[in-house]
Design a protein around this ligand. Structure first.
Ligand SMILES: Cc1ncc(COP(=O)(O)O)c(C=O)c1O
Length: 389
């Protein structure tokens, strides 16, 4: 079996699996907020995890708020920045036009309260151009409530200039937010250096347990909780903490740091794979081919072939990828992200996203990429014959 959908969700990392087996056998299990000995011990373990996460993310411990993942984190950021902001004085919410629905939908929901969403366009390679952002800032100076630009896109893997954006925002006194869900655990990330005010991540994207995440806040006093109750996480996120899950965040981040020498190997293998597939099938398009992307993400489209058909064929060969195309009534459609990149429908429908990780098998000629290449070759030939091109 080849799992090539790490951007969708990563399997538990080897280190997390080993950690959990030991952890489950030894305990402690208690409410970390209880004052008895077991509670205190559980809290100690979780706070140790917080410390390790902070070190790996270039953050202070007080900047880390454990939560259930990026959807929750993003909702909290918008609530923190907009619930008491004036839609009259600062009506504009800047977001890129390739954001994940967690940001896209949340931003649009504030239009009911009088805010207006302004989309920062990407170029045909799927990347934001700083000059375009600067121009927008100039045009709306003094009226921008916040700006959100993701660190890397989940469909294409294209890296965004989120640090430069954050720097401009800092100078212009615009609160900045980056969805770093697809970046953390794939490339080194330093919150302090980034100059961002807020960032979010989800544990299941890099080998920690699903249902875990972190909201990073430059100044935690700016966080306005969306969950009220027992006042856990310093009153910033009520609800008994998922201490076991939070510990796995630290283990997964630690494992990533220890294996980071594999990032280059992954990148090299991916480039090789892309070259081979392009040489064999010159019509194949690699979205964002010429710009910097995540080391293990390839969005591959064969115009006129349907991505879903390719995905099913791959699955029958025990290879799991995803398509980015939303599907209705069996009519695959080009995704919002690809449309923003002005990708035509013939190409947009033909896409599959192959996302591998440093935990994938990258060894020599037997690597996951080699196997995917052989399978794709076979499948393209088969589907092209059926379609009689
Ligand atoms: C870029 C990005 N942001 C946010 C999310 C939402 O993460 P979660 O479903 O873990 O809350 C995802 C998950 O697909 C993502 O890829």
């Amino acid at each position: 079996m080849i799992y090539a959908d790490y951007n969708g969700s990563a399997p538990l990392s080897t280190a997390v699996k080993e950690y959990l087996i030991h952890r489950i056998n030894t305990g402690p299990f208690a409410n970390p907020n209880s004052s008895h000995h077991l509670g205190a011990k559980t809290m100690l373990g979780m706070n140790n995890a917080r410390k390790i996460c902070a070190q790996h993310l270039g953050a202070r411990e007080d900047q880390i708020i454990f939560n259930s993942g990026s959807t929750e984190g993003t909702t909290t950021v918008f609530h923190s920045l907009l619930s008491e902001a004036s839609a009259t004085k600062t009506p504009y919410i800047f977001i890129s036009n390739i954001e994940h629905p967690a940001t896209h939908t949340t931003a649009l929901s504030y239009e009911k309260q009088g805010f207006k969403v302004k989309f920062i366009p990407v170029n045909e390679n799927g990347a934001i151009q700083i000059s375009v952002f600067e121009q927008m800032v100039k045009e709306y100076r003094g009226q921008i409530a916040m700006a959100a630009v993701m660190a890397s896109n989940n469909e294409t893997g294209v890296l965004q200039p989120f640090e430069k954006i954050a720097l401009i925002c800092k100078d212009e006194k615009i609160p900045s937010f980056s969805d770093t869900t697809q970046y953390v655990g794939k490339l080194p990330f330093d919150f302090q250096k980034s100059q961002l005010d807020f960032a979010v991540l989800s544990g299941h994207k890099f080998g920690a347990m699903v249902g875990t995440g972190i909201l990073l806040a430059r100044d935690y006093r700016q966080v306005k909780p969306i969950l009220l109750g027992g006042g856990q996480e310093r009153n910033l996120r009520s609800g008994t903490q998922n201490y076991l899950g939070n510990e796995t965040l630290a283990v997964a981040l630690d494992a990533f740091a220890k294996k980071s020498n594999r990032i280059e190997i992954l990148k090299h293998k991916k480039n090789d794979f892309e070259k081979k597939i392009k040489a064999a099938f010159p019509s194949v398009k690699i979205i964002g081919e010429t710009v910097a992307r995540l080391p293990g993400t390839t969005y591959l489209a064969y115009p006129k072939l349907f991505g879903q058909a390719i995905q099913i064929e791959l699955e029958s060969r025990d290879i799991f990828v995803s398509t980015s195309a939303a599907c209705s009534d069996d009519k695959p459609i080009t995704s919002r992200v690809l449309k923003a990149m002005k990708v035509d429908d013939a190409t947009g429908r033909g896409g599959i996203r192959i996302s591998l990780s440093i935990e994938s098998n990258l060894e020599d000629s037997d690597s996951d990429y080699d196997k995917i290449y052989l399978a794709l070759k076979d499948i393209y030939h088969k589907l092209l014959k059926i379609n009689c091109f």
